[in-house]
Design a protein around this ligand. Structure first.
Ligand code: T3D
Length: 265
């Protein structure tokens, strides 16, 4: 049986590929286990400085596997869906947001349900022209999970978030771009190459500054301006002590490209 999640490292980028193309990479136990193993490696391997999350085949991810994880649900069987979120989805989303390395979500095709929201847990979300996005939950009597009710209003505004969640309509990649759900689109033919280029570029940047930015952006959702200014001060103080800051300034003065290591000392 093929591995449910493919993992390789190229140019200091961990390329994590959801690999159940015949099910549009719907999330089952194997995929969750594969993602846990991938993030274990990403968190501990210093040579990995960025992540590219994508899908095999024509799908990015169709959300929870309705044939496996959610099959057999009927009126007689009361299923505790909260337990699945506690065990698999929520730790994954928290882990992605807390990861001190940037994550590029490369939505190569169909994205539905938790598949969309998994992409939104990344830092930079890009999509292929053929991709589409569906908050499919309402079609089966659920609410957006995996952070959907958190990410959506913040990214695209409350009105659009509610409409997408409540209507369960599919939007094209062009609409997703216009809404601000994704940062950029690329032609399908060059999508993987362009996605890797973005991730590899991030892997050469001052990793500690990227990690500090993630912390600052995460905190800004709950902070007032005063708290955020204080946090920026504290994080910037830390950045001022990093070798990459010294290298950045030196390279500027010497009129050459900076060579960042991403290391603390
Ligand atoms: O306990 C918990 O896990 C709770 C967590 C819940 C989180 C959730 O994500 S709930 C939402 C689950 N996802 C969905 O409801 C989406 C279901 N899929 C669809 O609505 C459509 O497939 C799509 C809109 C995503 C794509 O449509 P289309 O026309 O491009 O493709 P298709 O023909 O429907 O799908 C292709 C194949 O993938 C097909 O298999 P077949 O007929 O060729 O053998 C289809 O059954 C399979 N597939 C698609 N989505 C899923 C799936 N198989 C299992 N689970 C899926 N989610």
């Amino acid at each position: 049986m093929a591995e449910a999640v493919l993992f390789e490292v190229k140019e200091a980028v961990a390329i994590v590929t959801l690999n159940r193309p015949e099910r549009l990479n719907a999330l089952n136990g194997d995929i969750h286990a594969g993602l846990r193993a991938a993030f274990d490696k990403i968190e501990t391997d210093e040579a990995i400085r960025a992540v590219l999350l994508t899908g095999a085949g024509r799908g990015f991810c169709a959300g929870a596997d309705l044939m496996q994880s959610l099959s057999g649900v009927n009126a007689a069987e009361k299923r505790d869906l909260g337990a699945a979120l506690d065990k698999e989805y929520n730790p994954l989303v928290r882990r992605m947001r807390a990861l001190p390395k940037p994550i590029v979500s490369a939505v190569n095709g169909v994205a539905a349900g938790a598949g969309v929201n998994l992409a939104l847990a990344g830092d930079i979300i890009i999509a292929a022209q053929s991709a589409n996005f569906t908050q499919a939950f309402i079609r089966i009597g659920l609410i957006p999970d995996a952070g959907g009710t958190y990410f959506l209003p913040r990214l695209i505004g409350d009105a659009r978030a509610r409409a997408l969640a409540m209507l369960g309509e599919t939007i094209t990649a062009e609409q997703a771009l216009a809404f601000g759900l994704v940062y950029r689109l690329f032609d399908d033919a060059v999508f993987h190459e362009e996605a890797l280029k973005i991730a590899a570029g991030l892997a050469q940047k001052p990793t500690l500054a990227l990690a500090a930015m993630k912390r600052a952006f995460a905190a800004s959702a709950g902070n007032g301006l005063d708290e955020q200014l204080d946090l920026e001060r504290d994080l910037q103080r830390d950045m001022g002590y990093t070798p990459d800051f010294a290298e950045g300034v030196t390279a500027f003065v010497e009129k050459r490209a900076a060579r960042f290591t991403g290391k603390a000392g």
